[in-house]
Design a protein around this ligand. Structure first.
Ligand code: NAG
Ligand code: NAG
Ligand code: NAG
Ligand code: NAG
Ligand code: NAG
Length: 898
């Protein structure tokens, strides 16, 4: 939150109480501080005390618009003409802005009235995903299939809450800031239609001021509407990100109103340019703009030393004016922002103050980074250093927690990705929670920020194509203005595999329109759209600043193992794109699309380096498993080994974003027809447990980490004497494998070889051990052994303390172990979790894509030896998490709520 400091340290005369019931006020106003009484701005969390109700099908006569999946009654009120005006601030040409018709349709609906009785509605705290608790649809042909996660995301959901206007707030602007509402949000206040925002991934602001009355009884009602075929993955449903009330002076820094850029960056100095847009109220006013640059402490995240100030500037604002001022300053010896491990992600803040004479009218903080990024045809240079992109694609869901954003769960994902050696994330395929970008800033991840999965051409019957023409401009501008100050964002992706790629000149025309809007917002970053089809000589690619390839770089269905497949065959395209666009940066925005089920091994194993999964090779359709030898891919995909080869053979390639970092809900390729409800693409499973592939990427991305990893596990009583290939991933360059102490040979890595494989090993129980070498020196070891039967449950937590703030979480890993405490890697025991003390179980998982036990269940099958429990503190004190299982010794772990 760019306003974090401001919200904490600045208050005003404003006392806005937000409460649902008069007898239980939850005044969240900040204590007033006399010295800054007129500092103007407060940003108050509005996540508590909501009432929620959902109907599976449309039962009211309200709708944003006609849609292929709903049949509206002839009485239906189409609200689109009123909603379109909510985007006006982000439409550049005044001629294209929408004139809102008179009146407040829907204002008479009982549900938006103050006296509507919502006491039997569910009480919810935001962020809230109405679908994640399930249950999963398990029937054939459900309304929501595996593609969207088999969860009840569709339908109409209403949220109600009350807003208080304190006497002291009269004359202030009061805004409702919604970070994400899935989808087609329409908002009423006191029976007045305030506005709305259809696209579920964008953040938006509505002005409540005209409709607020003094007192506590301002009734807010928000209607959301999710079509059943809105996406190719799980979108979630509801007010799934944070919601805020922002209060400002009538004269204030506009929404997303700052833009900080740096140029002429060196270790000695940098020029920092700041533009500030100021919205004025009804009175004519002269405003002095002052702004300073501070360092942000990496440790505390707080404002530190002042390192520069901008010259102050005066601006005359007429009634209801909106104007920008541009300021520039020099920072001497700037601490630069750059990705670890070779650089440090230093953060700065610009603090802007608006004065009317001596009165401080507004204070606004924007965090940014000083860095020089150069996108060249030979790769990415950050502050002059060539940095290879070791990226992953991430969907927005947080596994068992669904789409409901949670900082702790997102941080856990980033920590696991950092352990993997990843330095980059592509936000596939939509704007992320803004808090996630604050974390990528602080940790130094490089981000490709992406907004659309479709333009005019549809992928599903009710996806964004329905509203593209009306909304692409306001959505794109709002998204870019929100995210443009994040140093981690290095480029904008305006589309993913859009159908317009296939559309020759007509598609390029649309692309140029979208790109022109993006360039009008930001010329400091390249604009791109990811191409899984367009070839260098087609009209589409030249419209983009950088070449963003999905799967084409390494080739699609081009190697012998894929030759029996139908579908487009594409030879490796890196060289052709490089020849055609020698000065443009090239990277794989999606690579691999490898598939696997954690800890599952299927025989025989292909002897090639990459093969499509099918019933006779790597797959088991009945069980819905893909072998974790990590050689199998989707029909259009490739193994990691094949991708690495293509990259190393084309050294100009800037790197890759693997599809995908974590498994995510929906898109269960290749098992749409079974019960699967989450993906197989992840390097890490849905529960956050690394698959074997994790160590293959780690061996490449962290060459200095001494590591070796053996697969498969070694519990194969039914395979005695049978060939059971053993593969090893290591950052070493040589390795020797031992079975029960006997060497099975020492191997050296050849060029374009990324794994060691002993494909003729005959299984016998015991211990497999690998010793890896680098430059002739002993480097790392790993071993796996045949275990005894499951005998106990072992729990461990990823934190000792958990804040009792309703948001913090602790992730507890359960391992099924034998008597000697070795993990039984094929154990599937049913376990029951319990929480004693001031804590509660939020969800459980095991990373198995076709497990249809609802996520909140306390009972869960371990999957290949592991399960996960997610726990929240409800108060201070000792919280004991335990797990029991039939015939197994109980496991326990203690954490402290505080
Ligand atoms: C439309 O509204 C009229 C008057 O309120 C009502 O009688 C009629 O049943 C409604 N028709 C439908 C299809 O809902
Ligand atoms: C609201 O409805 C509940 C039952 O759904 C009822 O118990 C309660 O009395 C109602 N309140 C009012 C004010 O009518
Ligand atoms: C970017 O790097 C290229 C190649 O090294 C160099 O020619 C060019 O001058 C650089 N551009 C900037 C703006 O630094
Ligand atoms: C499965 O893929 C292999 C290549 O890896 C191919 O030889 C085989 O014919 C395929 N089997 C089926 C059933 O498609
Ligand atoms: C490297 O690329 C060339 C063509 O540019 C190709 O002929 C060769 O087979 C590739 N080598 C590998 C190992 O993929």
């Amino acid at each position: 939150m760019s306003l974090r400091l401001v919200a904490r340290s600045v208050s005003g005369l404003l006392l806005l109480g937000l409460s649902l019931f008069a007898d239980s006020p939850t005044t969240q106003a900040l204590a007033p501080r006399k010295d800054q009484a007129n500092a103007g701005r407060e940003r108050i969390s509005f996540n508590e005390n909501w009432r929620f109700h959902r109907t599976e099908f449309q039962t009211d006569d309200l709708a944003y618009d006609y849609r292929p999946d709903i049949s509206l009654s002839s009485n239906a009120t189409i609200l689109k003409p009123w909603i379109l005006a909510s985007g006006n601030e982000f439409i550049k040409d005044p001629a294209n802005r929408h004139v809102r018709p008179d009146g407040h349709p829907g204002g008479d609906a009982p549900i938006v009235q103050l006296d509507f009785n919502d006491s039997d509605w569910e009480s919810v705290t935001l962020p809230h995903d109405w679908a994640i608790q399930g249950p999963f649809y398990t029937e054939e042909d459900p309304i929501i299939g595996g593609g969207m996660g088999r969860l009840p995301v569709h339908g109409v959901g209403w949220y109600r809450n009350r807003v208080t206007l304190a006497p002291a707030d009269k004359g202030k602007k009061i805004y409702l800031d919604i970070d994400g509402a899935m989808s087609y949000a329409i908002v009423w206040l006191n029976g007045n239609l305030v506005g709305g925002w259809p696209y579920g991934y964008n953040s938006f602001r509505l002005d409540l001021t005209p409709y607020l009355e003094e007192g506590e009884d301002n009734q807010l009602a928000i209607r959301l509407d999710n079509p059943p075929d809105s996406a190719r993955w799980y979108p979630g449903g509801g007010l799934y990100r944070n919601v805020w009330i922002t209060k400002t002076d009538p004269t204030h820094v506009a929404l997303f109103g700052t833009f900080v850029t740096s140029k002429d960056v060196s270790k000695k100095s940098a020029t920092v340019d700041l533009s500030v847009r100021i919205d004025n109220g009804p009175e004519k006013r002269t405003i002095r703009v002052e702004a300073d640059v501070y360092e942000i402490s990496a440790k505390s995240g707080k404002i530190g030393k002042k390192v520069a100030e901008f010259p102050s500037q005066k601006i005359e604002l007429s009634s209801s004016d909106s104007q920008s001022v541009s300021l520039s300053t020099q920072v001497k010896n700037p601490k630069l922002w750059g990705p670890p491990p070779t650089q440090t992600p230093s953060i700065h803040a610009a603090v802007i103050r608006l004065y009317d004479g001596k009165d401080l009218v507004d204070t606004y903080e924007t965090r940014f980074g000083i860095r020089d990024i150069n996108f060249t045809g030979e790769g990415l240079l950050i502050n002059g250093e060539r940095v290879q992109i070791r990226g992953v694609n991430q969907h927005h869901d947080l596994g068992a927690l669904g789409a409901a954003f949670n900082i702790r769960a997102a941080k856990r994902q980033l920590d696991i990705l950092r352990e993997l050696g990843s330095n980059a994330i592509r936000m596939s395929h939509n704007p992320p929670a803004t808090e996630l970008l604050e974390m990528t800033d602080a940790m130094g991840f490089l981000v490709i920020d992406e907004i659309f999965d479709s333009w005019q051409k549809k992928k599903t019957i009710s996806d964004f194509h329905l509203i593209f023409d009306d909304w692409y401009e306001p959505d794109l501008r709002a998204f870019m203005r929100r995210d443009r100050n994040h140093p981690s964002v290095i480029g904008w992706s305006v589309g993913n595999e859009v159908g317009e790629q296939h559309d020759d000149e007509a598609g390029a025309v649309v692309a140029r329109r979208v790109v022109a809007v993006a360039k009008d917002e930001d010329t400091t970053r390249p604009i791109t759209a990811s191409m899984n089809f367009a070839k260098p000589d087609m009209p589409f690619p030249p419209t983009m600043d950088i070449v963003s390839l999905n799967y084409q770089g390494e080739g699609i269905r081009d190697s012998p193992a894929y030759s029996h497949l139908t579908g487009i065959t594409t030879s490796p395209q890196y060289p052709a794109f490089h020849d055609k666009f020698p000065d443009k940066l090239i990277f794989s925005s999606e690579s691999a699309a490898a598939l696997s089920t954690r800890g599952t091994y299927i025989f025989p194993v292909t002897d090639g380096i990459s093969a499509p999964v099918n019933e006779t090779s790597g797959g088991n359709k009945a069980a819905e498993y893909v072998s974790s030898y990590e050689l199998y891919s989707a029909d259009f995909g490739s193994s990691p080994d094949k991708v690495f080869r293509a990259q190393d053979n084309n050294s100009f390639v800037a790197g890759e974003f693997v599809w995908s970092g974590f498994d995510y809900i929906g898109e269960p390729t290749p098992y749409y027809s079974g019960l699967s409800r989450s993906s197989y693409f992840g390097i890490i499973d849905l529960a956050g447990f690394p698959k074997d592939r994790f160590y293959l990427y780690q061996s490449r991305w962290r060459p200095d980490l001494k590591m070796a990893h053996i697969l498969p596990h070694w519990n194969w009583p039914e395979r005695v004497g049978q060939v059971t290939p053993v593969h090893v991933f290591t950052s070493g360059d040589e390795a020797e494998l031992f079975l029960n102490g006997k060497s099975l040979g020492r191997q050296k890595k050849a060029e374009f070889q990324y794994r060691f494989r002993w494909d003729d090993v005959e299984y016998q129980a015991g211990e497999l051990k690998v010793v890896a070498y680098k430059n002739g020196e002993r480097w790392a070891e790993d071993s796996v052994r045949t275990t005894g039967p499951a005998s106990q449950l072992r729990l461990s937590s990823d934190a000792d303390n958990v804040a009792a703030d309703g948001k913090d979480l602790v992730f507890v890993t359960l391992e099924v172990v034998d008597e000697k405490r070795y993990v039984v890697s094929d154990a599937q025991n049913t376990v029951t979790f319990a929480v004693d003390g001031p804590g509660e179980l939020v969800a459980t998982d095991n990373g198995k894509p076709n497990d249809v036990t609802p996520f909140p269940s306390k009972e869960r099958n371990a999957f290949n030896g592991l399960a996960l429990a997610i726990v929240r503190a409800t108060g201070k004190g000792k919280i004991t998490i335990s797990a029991t299982g039939n015939g197994l010794q109980t496991g326990k772990v203690v954490v402290r709520g505080n």
